[in-house]
Design a protein around this ligand. Sequence first.
Ligand code: FAD
Length: 545
Amino acid sequence: VKTVAQLERVLAEQETGPWAPALLAELDELEQFPDDAVAVLDDSGLAGHYVLTPESDFRETVWLIRAIARRDLTVAIAHGKTFLGAAPVWVAGTAEQGKWLAARIRGGNAVCWALTERDHGSDLLAGEVTAVETEDGWRLDGEKWLINNATRARFACVFARTGDGGGRGFSLFLVDKERLSATTWEALPKVRTHGIRGADISGIAFHGAEVTAGALVGTAGDGVGIVLKSLQLTRIACGALSLGAADHALRLAKEFVGGRELYGRGLAQLPHVRRVLGQAATTALVAEAVSVLATRSVHALPGELSVTSAITKAYVPLIVQDMLASLAELLGARGFLTSLPGGGFAKLERDHRICGIFDGSTVVNRTALLNQMARLGRSLRRRKADEAGVRAASTLDAVRTAFDPSRLSLMSAGGCSVVQSLPGVVERVRAAGNPELTRLADLVLAGTLRLEEDLADFVAVAGGLPSSAFALAERYEKAYAAASCMLLWLNNSAGRAGPLWTEALWLRAGLTGILGISGDEVFDAMASVVLAWSAPEFSVLDGAV
Ligand SMILES: Cc1cc2nc3c(=O)[nH]c(=O)nc-3n(C[C@H](O)[C@H](O)[C@H](O)COP(=O)(O)OP(=O)(O)OC[C@H]3O[C@@H](n4cnc5c(N)ncnc54)[C@H](O)[C@@H]3O)c2cc1C
């Protein structure tokens, strides 16, 4: 498959087979891996999109993962994990390694990413798995645990201690399990989980496992930097899982609200119900706006991804999880059932919980953002931004710059151009002459100027940030979200009809939601948009709603 439409067709054809929602729900209850559903994806050639080359369009990869996620998060996470496992090779592998792995992935082999250990979650530098150099390669010892696909994947990208620890004391190895001597490794038992119950969440233990010198990814001692750069891509890709969950949840809520009567009238006519539905729809669009900007930034603003990826991974799963909670309340008993028609909500809500935990939890990503916050504050005060990069990231038909891993950087020297361009963006929004929109944009700008002041004295203290600092990170994420929505509206309105664009309905709803102010009218209008929506994804940008 090359496009989302093609993938949709493949999956729709399989809805009476391995992709039948009832079958996927049953496998979840039985805690069984959805082998056949994964096989359909393998046969479709989807895994080719997990290979990143200069020709790749990262947005395609993300949108395809979203298309799977809106049907079943377990399958999306199980299949998409190969992108996470392979990312270090696209970032730091040799051309030969890249070609070799690309062929294996296209051939249907899965790759897992083994970072975490039983006693060390987020704290990578505490990792105890070791790799010792031998005459013709490396010898691995120790255990990686809570690893998605550790048992089923042929390849494991393993983060191991190769020195005395510290920033230069770790390296990455692409381990081919089929080439290991059988007595030198073992797969650890599947761990039972609250959500994604059928997934292979297990681990791998090495007992003197020998790998060749060619297994090393990048140079020895570079593991931490490679992981951090790879996470800049994977954390943005993870946004697709939340967008898919939001699509799925909105569809279930729409069907429920549109079809149910209470007290002699349709549920869809109750103002409170409409408000919750409209707010949920707004959240989905804000999450999409952030994801679109971030995804396009992989091509257009690669040097700033240390900031962009942290914002995306902290903000998108969090607001979508909140949205799911509000829809659960709206669905009432139906949000709690697992077996009736329309009973898919409980599963997706459980499944989505992991999105805010793995690949760096919300707090870990906020810490990553706060570690850069002093510089972000200075850059915001200077108001300098990479205008061409921002334009390319926010204009949907802009020419795509080739993906170039050498432009990734551990710390963004230019800060965050999207947030830094906010004053000019608000100026352009004002010029559109919509009084309500101008009022909202001015509120966003006032909030950003207050944030700028509050960041003036910010210093990231080593060894534990004060809890108040996390509120600053959240405010910064919201500034990014508001700027993303405004930029997408400004740069893509031409030729688009209907009140969503011409009256800036989605943008007004988005800014109202981000600001957290009341907006009965605008959310009510968004409820009508959801109730009339029929496309697979709830996306204003591709004209789907
Ligand atoms: C279903 C599932 C699949 C997974 N798949 C993989 C995989 O494929 N590969 C892999 O390597 N790992 C995987 N993991 C592990 C996962 O990435 C870790 O669990 C995660 O990084 C968080 O670690 P932890 O929960 O052990 O928490 P810890 O890191 O031990 O943190 C404990 C608590 O402290 C908080 N905390 C951590 N750091 C900070 C900080 N700097 N400031 C303030 N608070 C902080 C955390 O938010 C958390 O609340 C998976 C886990 C699960 C549950």
